[in-house]
Design a protein around this ligand. Structure first.
Ligand code: NCD
Ligand code: ZN
Length: 426
């Protein structure tokens, strides 16, 4: 049989690495063999690693039907940045100008994403004080729900008094749940105390705020969540002690910035203001060690684009968040080459685990019958990050000027070759 496309090289799955050919037809993987497959088109990927398409569980693509924040990012630019970063599926957060808390808003967002998005975009439904009793009406439109326990961009958060009710409401839908764990009460106490010194973002939102919020989630959620049908994921863990607190009860995410930067870096570059904030070097090293030992389930971007003008405002007024989609693949190369992270662990945290968590059974590993979504990484191609080469609309990167050891060579999305290094074909 003559296949549509063959990709040849080192295939990395969560539990094995081997050299083989992958045949692709009509958007799906139809055969995997050591050799002998025939096709119209063949891509040889010497010195590269072929991963299952990366799935970003946590991105802010900003667009909704109000189009108020399209100047920061939209579905087209956001997914172009994702493809540049090697991502084939992206899950969009609900804190848009019109918070995504009803099926009506979700349907409008989905339609925009369908026409503009370059890859698969799926959506979180937001939980607010006003929709706790009606979140089930959104369940057809969402892949998972999101709860914020503190103020952040967009102002979508709930008070901790209603947390048990909110968790129970999500459990009733049987959908996964992601929780932003910072305790608003701790932040407010700190704001009172700091008053004149609001420059200290990491003091305004101290480690205690994260730990306190996680404890509240532990108290509000019942049973061993990982073994139940329902699943909770603690968003962007910034404090290594959070990992000890949650043990095996919840899933958890980490971002590139929390594995790479510290609060010292914020003093040199105020654009690194982010929620939750960056912490100490010791904390960063412990998070990295936990990541390497497989204790963290997902590597997410928390891509949170704001313009350079917005980020250049007085520090306490500037919005929090950093863009991360374009550089995700470069960062993965850094983890492999500089930190010794095993490629199989990358396949797990960047593709397999997110697919399992979201119950996306058609992706997450390289197997016959799965969607042909592949992220092909050249780990021997040093790349210096230059903002003008990024696809994100905000055109800056926390990694500006940094040289990473590798880059995304190709992205295959539903069987189509959509990129070669920095060139996008879509
Ligand atoms: C995010 C944003 O800008 O939407 N900002 C951030 O600092 N991470 C919101 C969030 O995830 O808290
Ligand atoms: Zn976020």
């Amino acid at each position: 049989m003559l296949h549509d496309l063959i990709i040849e090289g080192k295939i990395v799955n969560p539990d094995a690495i081997h050299d083989a050919q992958i045949a692709i037809d009509n958007g799906y993987i139809t055969a995997i063999r050591k050799q002998g497959l025939k096709s119209e088109r063949k891509i040889e990927t010497q010195r590269c690693l072929i991963f299952p398409g990366f799935i970003d569980l946590h991105a802010h693509l900003r667009e909704d039907s109000s189009h108020k924040w399209d100047y920061k990012e939209d579905f087209k630019s956001g997914t172009a940045a994702a493809v540049h970063g090697g991502i084939t599926t992206v899950i969009d957060m609900p804190n848009t100008p019109l918070p995504c808390i009803s099926s009506d808003r979700l349907i409008k967002k989905k339609e925009l994403a369908r026409t503009e998005g370059l890859i698969d975009i799926l959506f979180y439904g937001g939980v607010s004080d006003s929709n706790i009793n009606t979140i089930a009406t959104m369940q057809k439109e969402v892949i998972a729900y999101k709860i914020y326990l503190a103020e952040t961009t967009g102002g979508l958060y709930i008070s901790d008094d209603v947390l048990p009710k909110a968790i129970a409401a999500v459990e009733a839908t049987a959908k996964p749940l992601v929780i932003h764990c910072e305790d608003q009460r701790v932040i407010e106490k700190m704001r009172e105390r700091l008053k004149v010194n609001l420059l200290a973002h990491s003091e305004l939102r101290p480690e205690e705020a994260e730990l306190s919020a996680v404890k509240k989630v532990l108290a509000a959620a019942s049973g061993d969540i990982k073994t139940k049908k329902n699943k909770i994921d603690i968003a962007h863990v910034s404090v290594y002690r959070t990992l000890d607190l949650i043990g095996k009860r919840f899933h958890c995410e980490v971002t590139p910035h929390h594995l790479f930067f510290t609060k010292k870096d914020v003093q040199a570059n105020a654009f690194l203001k982010v929620n939750p904030p960056l912490r100490s070097e010791e904390n960063r090293l412990r998070l990295l060690a936990a990541f390497k030992s497989g204790k963290i389930d997902f590597l997410v971007t928390d891509h949170a684009p704001h313009t350079k003008e917005e980020k250049a405002r007085a520090f306490f007024e500037a919005p929090a968040g950093v863009p991360n989609l374009d550089t995700y693949g470069n960062f993965v190369a850094w983890l492999i080459v500089h930190c010794g992270v095993p490629p199989m662990l990358i396949a797990r945290v960047c593709a397999y685990n997110p697919a399992l968590f979201l119950r996306l059974h058609d992706r997450g590993s390289i197997e016959v019958g799965k969607r042909a979504n592949l992220s092909i990484l050249d780990i021997h191609k040093p790349v210096k990050i230059h903002s003008e080469r990024l696809y994100t609309k905000c055109k800056w990167s926390p990694f500006e000027g940094y040289e990473f050891p590798g880059a995304v060579r190709h992205v295959i999305s539903n069987g189509a070759v959509v990129t070669e290094y920095e060139e996008l074909y879509i």
